[in-house]
Design a protein around this ligand. Structure first.
Ligand SMILES: [Fe+2]
Length: 344
């Protein structure tokens, strides 16, 4: 296996554009992000963790226009700036400052490698309490601090990149940034439906995936969803009901994933761009042995089947053909109920 040029430290932020900034911001605040700063051209949103803003919203078509990873040191920026197609090291002229190297992945997605951004003061996280479960009786008296309202987003955790060739795309990210396969779901008849990839931090335990490389049924390219960690189960469920009360569009959840183990809840913004709340990920490190699973055999731990709009990002004849193949494989395997159940 090729030795990666650098090993990135974390997913730093996404840049997302939307046709109506006010409407987009309204969704994000109901989703549980907080506005950190505004400039003439963008709104910077953050979670309660002290990291710099993880969501940069600007005017434009409804899409994710860039993804960013933080590096450990300036030497990593230097190394990546010498790779084919990469920019020189530039000053990041934004509220959190820092330096950036920009490049484009094989599908044209802008990837920004950043270092030296200024952290923020942490905000109050979701109120927490021990649970009187599994025979434990540790919490006496009423639940403290559980309120209706938006979830408390802590941070950006992962995203899923869709393409017609997820294995090649994975290789590009692995070779440059050290992302490392944690598990894989295989398409009927061969090929990859989803390759989950984690940060490579050696012995340190990290989230099960920071990027999922997913086969796009329409064979297009995009960020299929972005996922944000929230506080705890009460926080996630309060957030769910808040978004429901605001008439936002649920596209999948609440449930618990087989791969990654997260309790998940997916919502579409007004233009269909999918945002996930999650808690409780599996953790992996350099000793974790990846597993492969046939798509037809994949079952989530629990939860409803996804909506069609979660499974198919855009309809074309390829999406119809490929979805029919997946459904047929699930039916052959005797799993009709969650026939379209994808990994995530
Ligand atoms: Fe996810």
């Amino acid at each position: 296996m090729t030795r990666p040029i650098i090993k990135v430290k974390r997913l730093a932020y996404v840049r997302v554009s939307a046709p109506d900034l006010d409407e987009a911001e309204s969704f994000l605040v109901q989703f549980g992000l907080r506005v950190a700063t505004r400039t003439d051209s963008a709104v910077y949103l953050r979670g309660t963790d002290p990291e710099p803003p993880c969501y940069v919203l600007s005017q434009g078509a409804a899409e994710v226009t860039a993804i960013a990873f933080e590096t450990d040191d300036a030497a990593d920026l230097e190394a990546i700036s010498k790779t084919d197609g990469a920019s020189a090291i530039e000053k990041l002229d934004e509220p959190a400052g820092g330096q950036v190297v920009r490049l484009r992945d094989p599908n044209g997605m802008q990837v920004e490698i950043v270092h030296g951004q200024t952290p923020l003061e942490p905000l109050a996280a979701a109120p927490s309490h021990v649970l009187n479960v599994d025979g434990r009786r540790e919490r006496q008296g009423p639940l403290p601090g559980v309120h209706p309202g938006p979830a408390h987003v802590r941070r950006l955790g992962h995203l899923v990149l869709e393409s017609a060739d997820p294995v090649s795309l994975y290789a590009w990210y692995h070779e440059r940034f050290g992302l490392r396969k944690s598990d894989e779901v295989l398409l009927p008849g061969g090929g990859t439906q989803m390759r989950f990839a984690a940060l490579d931090r050696g012995p340190e335990f990290v989230d099960h995936h920071v990027v999922g490389f997913q086969y796009a049924l329409d064979e297009g390219t995009r960020v299929q969803h972005m996922a944000f960690e929230v506080g705890n189960l009460d926080d996630l469920m309060a957030g769910h009901h808040h978004l429901k009360a605001k008439k936002r569009r649920s596209v999948w959840g609440v449930g618990r994933h087989r791969y990654g183990g997260q309790i998940y809840d997916y919502w579409a913004n007004p233009w269909g761009v999918i945002h996930e709340h999650w808690i409780d990920t599996d953790l992996v490190n350099e000793d974790t042995v990846p597993s492969d699973c046939e798509f037809a055999d994949l079952e989530e731990y629990w939860g409803p089947p996804p909506s069609v709009s979660f499974v198919v990002s855009r309809w074309n004849w390829k999406a119809v053909r490929n979805l029919a193949r997946l459904l047929a494989a699930r039916l052959r395997a005797g799993r009709p109920r969650s026939a379209e159940s994808p990994s995530h």
